[in-house]
Design a protein around this ligand. Structure first.
Ligand code: DUC
Ligand code: ZN
Ligand code: ZN
Length: 467
């Protein structure tokens, strides 16, 4: 199955690469494939797809006095279990530090530890003369996208003047600007007022982060992008009004893109409000504290995200994988939702959760491949090597069984380094059977055969969506 169609075929792999895609039983150079190769993976009755590409993960992200609980080792292994063969993680520069130092630290964390291939985007948390001067060098290092934040004043935040200057450099160099589009200063005032009124439980995280703050910031980012001529990629879109801003801009010919995440398709603020457990009481809701937040189902955001994936108003699905345990991490925010580390762990479940959208008729099989692999490869300058099964591409291949079943939960399928699952109880009418990364079978029939260090750094080219 590819982004454009499906066919019955044999895929021939030699070393790390795909060398041929052939009609079944064909002969290559006079030899019958089925009898002359070393290893045959029988995918009869199953789907063969290009390995998933999760272009938005945060392994070990420092946040709110703690760090995301998956290391590159545990997080990429969990990704592999779930049929993802490439991640693009975010190297971090915070205000007052140097971009190359942040980047070097990220290389240090990842090198030799990953189960699958990985690339980096660069978070630039302090736009100043130094960081602006460094942006063009990122391209030479294979880091062709960077992320700015319109939220989190005092931590990662950039104001409009800083964003404008960064986008001017991006327009000149071909760097893709990724934006966390929420009006942080407004959200912080609303959050303070809620806390002052004694409304401190996890649910109020979502009440403070109103959709208007996402719509407004999305619109502002689009206009700054248009002023500068820099293309824009808005991350973790969750509000239907933000999608409408992107759709209108695209209709006007602006080169802007949007991603959503499984949590904004499946989970809601109402469910977070209703969440409670013997162990955690209403603090149970902290498991789903992420930014942008879960949105109200009554307001129709979830249905709108699925629709936008069908109509291409949104182009991709990533996870924003940013796992924190309840114990000692999420609980930092007991009594004040602002101190709950923001994030959900999903890197292991994206391919399954999106396949369930095929089962329920939300998207086609081809669109599943496009949203989870082919477009991420194109968007982030890896297409041809990744995101497609064709001669010359890396042999990153997943055999997916539509007759299999996956029960998601902490004591079922769970390899992420977390003490809970945000997806407990989800049932998927499909199963990742075999995962091949650069020609090596790393997951097969419930067995992990890979090693840390199998994955290497991918130097990415410019986005293939630049015009
Ligand atoms: N959102 C999250 O949920 N976690 C990390 C950063 C972000 O923007
Ligand atoms: Zn973000
Ligand atoms: Zn993120």
């Amino acid at each position: 199955v590819s982004a454009t169609g499906r066919a019955v075929a044999d895929v021939l792999v030699d070393g790390e690469r795909i060398v041929a895609v052939l009609a079944p039983g064909s002969e290559l150079l006079g030899t019958n494939l089925a009898t002359s190769v070393d290893t045959v993976v029988d995918a009869g009755g199953k789907y063969v797809i290009p390995g998933g590409i999760d272009a938005h993960t945060h392994m070990q992200l420092p946040f709110g006095g703690t760090s995301a609980s998956d290391t590159f080792e545990t997080g990429t292994r969990a990704a592999a279990w779930g049929g993802t063969t490439t991640i693009v993680d975010f190297a971090v520069q915070t205000y007052g530090t140097k971009v190359p130092d942040g980047l070097a630290a990220w290389h240090e964390l990842a090198a030799g530890n990953c189960a699958i291939d990985y690339g980096f985007h660069q978070i630039v948390g302090g736009i100043d003369d130094d960081s602006l001067a460094y942006l063009p060098k990122l391209v030479d290092e294979g880091i062709t996208s960077y992320k700015l934040f319109m939220a989190y004043p005092g931590v990662f935040y950039s104001d409009d003047a800083q964003i404008l200057k960064a986008m001017q450099v991006a327009a000149d160099t071909g760097l893709l600007t990724m934006m966390h589009a929420e009006n942080g200063p407004v959200i912080d005032v609303l959050a303070q007022q809620l806390v002052d009124a004694g409304k401190t439980s996890p649910y109020f995280h979502g009440k403070a982060r109103v959709w208007q703050a996402e719509e407004e910031a999305t619109h502002r980012a689009i206009m700054l992008s248009n002023i500068t001529g820099a293309p824009l990629y808005v991350v973790h879109v969750s509000a239907k009004q933000a999608v409408e801003q992107l759709a209108a801009a695209r209709d006007n010919g602006f080169n802007v893109f949007g991603e959503t995440c499984p949590q904004y398709l499946y989970l809601s603020l109402e469910e977070q409000l209703g969440a409670s457990s013997e162990q955690w009481g209403e603090f149970e809701g902290a498991k789903w504290v992420c930014s942008t937040p879960l949105r109200s189902r009554a307001e129709g955001h979830q249905d709108h995200m699925w629709q936008a994936l069908r109509t291409n108003d949104l182009q991709m699905v990533s996870t924003d994988h940013c796992p924190f345990c309840m114990k000692d991490q999420k609980t930092l925010g007991l009594g004040d939702f602002r101190k709950i580390p923001n994030g959900i762990g999903s890197v292991e479940h994206r391919m399954d959760l999106m396949y369930q959208g095929v089962v329920t008729g939300q998207i086609t099989l081809e669109r599943w491949v496009e949203l989870t692999s082919t477009t991420p490869a194109r968007m982030f300058g890896m297409y041809g090597k990744k995101g497609v099964i064709q001669p010359g591409a890396d042999a990153d291949i997943v055999v997916y069984d539509p007759n299999g079943h996956t029960s998601i939960g902490l004591n079922k399928t769970h390899h992420m380094n977390m003490d809970h699952s945000a997806w407990e109880g989800f049932e998927i009418d499909g199963h990742v059977d075999t995962v091949i990364s650069k020609g090596k079978v790393i997951v097969d029939n419930g067995q992990y055969l890979g090693r840390k260090g199998d994955g290497s750094f991918v130097k990415r080219g410019l986005s293939q969506y630049l015009v």
